[in-house]
Design a protein around this ligand. Structure first.
Ligand code: PMP
Length: 407
């Protein structure tokens, strides 16, 4: 089956507008994807028909809202092939999911002299929580180096592993470069020394088939808004036995079994980690996003995006002054680049004037930028609704901007 991209574009209202008098070309998908009509309608329907607090109500609306909320949990389970839906915790996003692990698992199981391994490719949200934990506990943060293409050096990773390693927390696909890490190998090696593994799936889940049972990761964190779903919502997957051994995250309603002034007993997973009224509307609408992806099939989405990336590389490689950043063998559809002697922000603004939305700067990966000796890049990231004609316009824009500079 070949995807009908015109038909898919018809499902995304936001794409059909002009910016600065030019048709919008949206290439900022690694920051957040656009939302199909079905997601927007699910949000409206919820507020028009079903709005109610969940889990505690004795009435029809509460019952309905609870059912829809829990249906999404089951869809997420299916999406990443977790063993059971109790292993799916709803959070605010990848950032909160990682912080949850740091503040519960980390505080309980990581102590003085223990080691946490991350990589040079990490987003700040997979660096800072571990630095904070290391500072609190006297633990040590180790960083896997990368090569010039932006690929981790696996042998160096193996050298960092030891019985002191308690956690390996690593990005599955880099937001800044697109590199796909060999996570299966990483997980297997980490488990050999008894370390747990957290995968930052913020950028991988929209492009790659995910099977957490096959990967055997202990945790996986990702965000709904990068998956054609609503903002302010994310997921933490954790293996049952690991989640059960962890203390709760926030205290409050819903996460308890029984409260007395003397002692509180905690609820079972996943509720132990979902204190307070959750983001009900967005959870419910997220199911429509997951259905959208499932109907198209990830393999088809990836094949289309790979084609776009290859086409972009082909059109841009000979532009004088074009400098690609991140040339890994295995990549998701992220094209990071610079134009010789130009500030990325200026390039971004000139592309914006042509209706082309890209992201510029350090992409919340300052240590990675430092590794390449640059301040930032221009990043064009592609999603299923992008077209070859849009790529041609990007290449034309970049060629013109580079020519201006070379004059
Ligand atoms: N990790 C990666 C690789 C990301 O790309 C992002 C978002 N740019 C995050 C973590 C943080 O995600 P969020 O802002 O949705 O919490």
């Amino acid at each position: 089956m070949n995807l009908n991209i015109d038909q898919i574009r018809g499902l995304f209202p936001v794409l059909h507008q002009e910016v600065h008098g030019k048709p919008l070309i949206y290439f900022d998908n690694a920051a957040t994807t656009q939302k199909p009509k079905a997601v927007i309608e699910a949000l409206v329907n919820y507020y028009e028909l079903d709005n109610s607090n969940i889990h505690r109500g004795a009435h029809a609306l509460a019952d309905r809202a609870t059912r829809y909320y829990e249906n999404t949990r089951e869809s997420v389970r299916d999406f990443i092939n977790a063993k059971e839906s109790a292993e799916i915790i709803f959070t605010k996003g990848t950032t909160e999911s990682i912080n949850l692990v740091a503040l519960t698992f980390g505080r309980k199981f990581i102590g003085k002299g223990d080691e946490i391994i991350i990589s040079t490719l990490e987003h700040h949200s997979n660096i800072v929580p571990w630095q904070m934990l290391c500072e609190e506990k006297g633990a040590i943060l180790k960083v896997i180096p990368i090569n010039e293409a932006g690929e981790i050096l696996f042998e160096e990773f193996e050298k960092l592993l030891s019985p002191k390693t308690k956690l390996v927390s690593i990005v599955h696909a880099s937001n800044a470069l697109g590199t796909i890490n060999p996570v299966k190998k990483i997980i297997d090696a980490a488990h050999l020394v008894g370390a747990k593994v957290l995968l930052d799936g913020a950028q991988s889940t929209s492009h790659l088939e995910i099977d957490v049972q096959d990967l055997d990761c202990d945790f996986m964190a990702f965000s709904a808004h990068k998956l054609y779903g609503p903002t302010g919502l994310g997921v933490l997957f954790g293996k049952r036995e690991v989640l059960e051994a962890m203390p709760p995250f926030l205290g409050g309603g819903e996460m308890i079994k029984e409260v007395t002034f003397e002692k509180t007993t905690y609820n079972d997973i996943p509720f132990k980690f979902e204190a307070g009224t959750p983001n009900i509307a967005d959870v419910i609408a997220f199911k429509a996003a997951l259905d959208f992806i499932k109907n198209l099939k990830k393999s088809e989405i990836k094949a289309h995006e790979d084609e776009l990336l290859a086409y972009a590389n082909e059109l841009m490689k000979d532009i004088k002054g074009f400098i690609p950043v991140g040339t890994a063998q295995d990549k998701v559809s992220v094209l990071s680049f610079n134009i010789n002697q130009m500030h990325p922000f200026d390039v971004g603004q000139m592309l914006d004037a042509r209706g082309i939305a890209v992201r510029t700067g350090h992409h919340c990966t300052q240590p990675l930028m430092k590794r390449f000796g640059i301040e930032g890049t221009v990043r064009a990231s592609f999603a299923v609704y992008n077209t070859k004609s849009e790529i041609e316009q990007l290449a034309e824009g970049v060629a013109r901007i580079a020519r201006l500079k070379n004059k």
